[in-house]
Design a protein around this ligand. Structure first.
Ligand code: AMP
Length: 373
């Protein structure tokens, strides 16, 4: 109705209760938002914050979450699409079903990249040893074979260098639908976080560089060094096409390879992302606050960086010497209240600095938190 005040949602339901939900609540609380988490245990990172918790083990847990929430979001691209569709009949879910449906399948993602003229690796979907052999002919070698769904942190992948490895690759990760991708010779891995709200406002964070070790993100440099205005604008144009095509509301993350021939899209995630954690201390508005703003009908916040350079280092497996972190200037500790376990993301350290030199001095001091090789 003309002149009617727009509704701003206050109660945010989150499917999941991990660290991403926890950080959504930490950044959303000052905006007056209340959070309810739907998870398996009240020992999960978000459940321990003292907001509402609804157990997925109880028969009325989901109904209670829906009853509590003005709007619902999720932490994982592996969230059940049918569940989101069902909830959306009564309560808005952002990002909506389409973003989720496409992001949980590498083939659908690549087909959307193609449709929107966003460069990505050549690829073929395969579902048998025979079709894999044909795909190897078409895509060429080297190539990367990946599961179409549920792959994360490099799991469910096989790098094919020689045609003689085809049987081995199929027996290791086959027996299900896979995608064979041409191997991209990249200089470095980048990502961009963008946000859109239902009023069609778009904001973009700067391209950042991500460094992985054993398939897990270890640190992010933000902004990535030596990014021309043209490259930043090119990535923003890709994101804008994706956001608009998906009618996306919330944060969208795009992972990219930086190659000598330009940017090549790898995959996207319809959620706040580990490569955006630096924004908590390095940007005017962090990714979590901007996601909450977007999904609750608020104007989006400024994505400018606060310092010339920032970094995020993941704390993996063991907590490590955090006292040292607390004693360092311009360095911020974020722990998730999780128990130590190999390869588990337990927290992260954000650093802001005036120069690359100062940043890399901090990296030397924090060597125990970085991969050894
Ligand atoms: P993903 O699960 O798709 O993010 O892949 C995990 C990692 O494998 C990426 O971060 C890259 O380092 C590497 N990778 C994935 N796809 C390719 C590709 N097509 N060419 C070269 N390296 C790749």
């Amino acid at each position: 109705m003309a002149g009617e005040a727009k509704k701003i949602s206050t109660k945010v339901g989150v499917l999941g209760a991990g660290q991403l939900g926890r950080m959504l609540a930490i950044s959303g609380a000052p905006l007056g938002k209340e959070f309810g988490f739907y998870g398996q245990s009240n020992q999960e990172p978000a459940a321990q914050l003292g907001h509402r918790f609804f157990s997925s083990k109880e028969s009325n847990g989901l109904a209670d979450l829906i009853e509590f929430s003005d709007v619902i979001t999720y932490e994982s691209e592996n969230t059940d699409v049918a569940l989101v569709r069902e909830i959306a009949k009564t309560t808005p879910v952002y990002p909506a079903e389409k973003s989720l449906f496409i992001s949980q399948h590498r083939g659908r993602e690549k087909s959307l990249f193609d449709q929107l003229n966003i460069p990505c690796a050549p690829y073929q979907i395969v579902d048998s040893l025979e079709s894999l052999k044909v795909a190897v002919e078409e895509v060429g070698l080297p190539a990367v074979l990946k599961t179409t769904t549920e792959g994360y942190d490099g799991k469910g992948q096989f790098v094919l260098k020689e045609a003689t490895q085809v049987e081995q690759a199929w027996s290791e990760i086959g027996g299900r639908e896979l995608v064979l991708e041409g191997f991209i010779n990249f200089q470095r891995e980048l990502s961009m976080i963008a946000v859109r709200n239902a009023d069609n406002e778009h904001v973009y964070y700067p391209l950042v560089q991500n460094v992985h070790h054993d398939g897990i993100l270890r640190y992010t440099i933000a902004p990535a060094r030596d990014i021309s205005d043209e490259l930043q604008k090119e990535a923003e144009a890709y994101m804008q096409r994706l956001l608009d095509e998906l009618d996306h509301v919330g944060v969208l993350t795009l992972e990219l390879f930086d190659t000598l021939d330009g940017l090549v899209a790898n995959e996207m995630a319809p959620r706040v992302h580990n490569s955006g954690h630096w924004t908590q201390d390095g940007a005017v508005t962090d990714q979590f606050e901007n996601h909450v703003r977007a999904i609750t009908g608020m104007p989006l916040g400024d994505t400018s960086v606060c310092q010339p350079i920032a970094a995020m280092i993941n704390i993996i497996g063991v907590i490590g010497p955090t006292k040292k972190v607390l004693e360092m200037p311009n360095t911020f500790l974020h722990l998730y209240d999780k128990e130590e376990r190999p390869n588990r993301k337990l927290g992260h350290i954000n650093i802001v600095a005036d120069s690359e030199e100062v940043l890399y001095e901090s990296f030397k001091t924090l060597a125990e938190f970085l991969p050894k090789s």
